[in-house]
Ligand binder design. Structure first.
Ligand SMILES: [Zn+2]
Length: 512
């Protein structure tokens, strides 16, 4: 069955709730779904979806800002999810739905969510979202309790609804009665690669059936909200669509899930307390919702001009370096890391080259506002500070290039400590070389490689500027950016930065 686009009714209020990852300091405005814009929802159609999906479709029809279509595994494999903001999996059998998606279809759904799509799963769809079965999607950090008795019965249960659940899902009260039909009892799975979910409601009562032990269901998570990559995931164990008076819950769930791509998703920040700032402008993979890729018409290419290729692996490397620094030094570094693909924004260029739309300009400005704030905070609170701008280059896989405009962006270090701190035995590159890295220029000689002498970020925030700090661009060859070596590279870089810093801190500040 394929449904045509639907429309009627009133816009339900949609609230933007930010789920904040451990490392992420979130900004607060959402760019993706503006009030009044249509949300396109794909409701999965395939084996394992029960006939009660019609109740889901009926509820979605009550909202004229939501347009619904059914989507099959075939269509998912043909990348047709790309024209939707949210995918929904209704009740039925989670394992059958997983099976009918197949491994490739499941991977497509995971990618859709990771890249900013919303996911709403009801009952079977909540099992599917979990991280508990070899067939589950692993997009929600939830395990399923008492799996053995999953067929625990059906009937009305009471939910204890927390305030975010009430606000986001239009659930009427702290205690809400809802129809339940063998949905999962969820609990945190504690998987390190997934963000913790937020519990929006737990079971306050239970259903019982012969042969199923009581006392398990109460207190367990009934509605869980999480984030996977840039996308939002909502798992609802019971059936609001089969409960009289809860017709607005499913549309509200879709509105919440469609609120992807907050600025906090496209660019991630941390305001730390160490005098170290990490920047990584070119590693992102995410599409920018509702914006075409940059074309660069009329712009020069190459060097300081228009480029759209990303520096693969640098987003992850920068995050790992930040973690490693926090593990070594007494505090946390600040960082500003792009997750959005360079096709849309080039944060290491002036605005006239960096962006081609109003929407992307807002995010570009945010990146630089955060970087500027971090640099200023270091300047105010510390005698010395260091900005490391992390990039990738394709010229030499085994080499790391330094870019400081041949010493200009580290003018502070130079005037305080002399040349040995920039190019000599006490320079950052000397400490990297000491750990077996191939660096250029070799610490003791030479000019920086043409084309890698330091871009817009180190030129804007370097210590030659009135409000800058010492800034070094590092351009990593492919050998340093592979997943297999990431932790080691990050450890060695963090060790080198920490060592360099000990030397820097012994210098008497002559600046300021
Ligand atoms: Zn770059």
């Amino acid at each position: 069955m394929r449904l045509p686009a639907m429309s009627n009714f009133v816009n339900s209020t949609c609230r933007c709730i930010l789920l904040i990852g451990v490392l992420l300091i979130a900004a607060s405005r959402s760019l993706a779904q503006q009030p009044g814009e249509t949300i396109h929802v794909a409701v999965y159609e395939g084996d394992g979806v029960s006939r009660t999906v019609t109740e889901v479709l009926k509820d979605l029809q009550t909202d004229d800002t939501i347009e619904v279509a059914r989507i099959s595994t075939d269509q998912i494999l043909k990348d047709e999810l790309g024209s939707f903001e949210v995918i929904m999996f209704a009740g039925g059998s989670g394992s059958k739905q997983a099976n009918s998606l197949g491994a490739d279809g499941r991977e497509k759904v995971r990618r859709f969510v990771r890249d900013g799509g919303g996911y709403v799963g009801i009952c079977a769809g909540a099992y599917l979202a979990s991280a508990d079965y070899d067939w589950s999607l692993n997009i929600l950090d939830a395990k399923v309790l008492d799996r053995k008795h999953w067929a625990r019965g059906f009937g009305d249960v009471e939910l204890s609804v927390h305030s975010t659940g009430r606000d986001s899902l239009a659930l009427p009260a702290e205690r809400t009665t809802v129809y339940y039909h063998q949905g999962p009892l969820l609990a945190p799975a504690g998987k390190p690669e997934l963000d913790d979910y937020e519990e929006w409601a737990s079971f306050a009562t239970e259903v019982t059936k012969d042969g199923v032990p009581g006392g398990v269901m109460s207190g367990k998570t009934a509605i869980a909200a999480g984030r996977f990559g840039a996308g939002r995931v909502l798992a609802i164990s019971p059936h609001p669509e089969r409960t009289a008076g809860l017709d607005s819950v499913v549309p509200a769930a879709v509105h919440w899930a469609a609120q992807q791509a907050d600025r906090s998703d496209l660019v991630i920040f941390q305001q730390g307390d160490l005098p170290i700032v990490i920047s990584a402008p070119h590693g992102g993979t995410l599409r920018f919702p509702g914006v075409e890729a940059r074309k660069g018409e009329g712009l020069k290419g190459g060097g300081a001009g228009f480029r759209a290729l990303r520096d693969g692996g640098t987003e992850e490397l920068a995050l790992e370096v930040a973690r490693q620094l926090a593990a070594r030094m007494n505090g946390k570094p600040s960082f500003t890391i792009s997750r959005v693909h360079r096709r849309y924004i080039d944060f290491n260029r002036p605005a006239n080259i960096a962006v081609e739309s109003e929407k992307t300009r807002v995010v570009y400005d945010q990146y630089h506002a955060e970087l500027d704030a971090a640099v200023r905070a270091v300047r105010e609170k510390h005698p010395t500070g260091l900005l490391i701008d992390i990039h990738g280059q394709g010229a030499s896989a085994s080499t790391v290039f330094r870019g400081t405009k041949n010493g200009l962006t580290v003018s502070g270090i130079k005037s305080q400590g002399g040349e040995q701190y920039v190019t000599g035995s006490k320079s950052l590159l000397a400490f990297l070389k000491g750990r077996g890295w191939k660096v250029h220029p070799d610490p003791f000689d030479g000019k920086e490689q043409s084309g890698y002498t330091g871009g817009y970020i180190v030129q804007t925030y370097g210590s030659h500027q009135p409000h800058g700090i010492d800034a070094i661009q590092l351009e990593f060859g492919a050998d340093y950016r592979k997943a297999a070596v990431r932790v080691r590279v990050a450890q060695e870089l963090a060790d080198s930065i920490a060592e360099y810093f000990e030397h820097l801190q012994s210098l008497k500040p002559k600046l300021k």
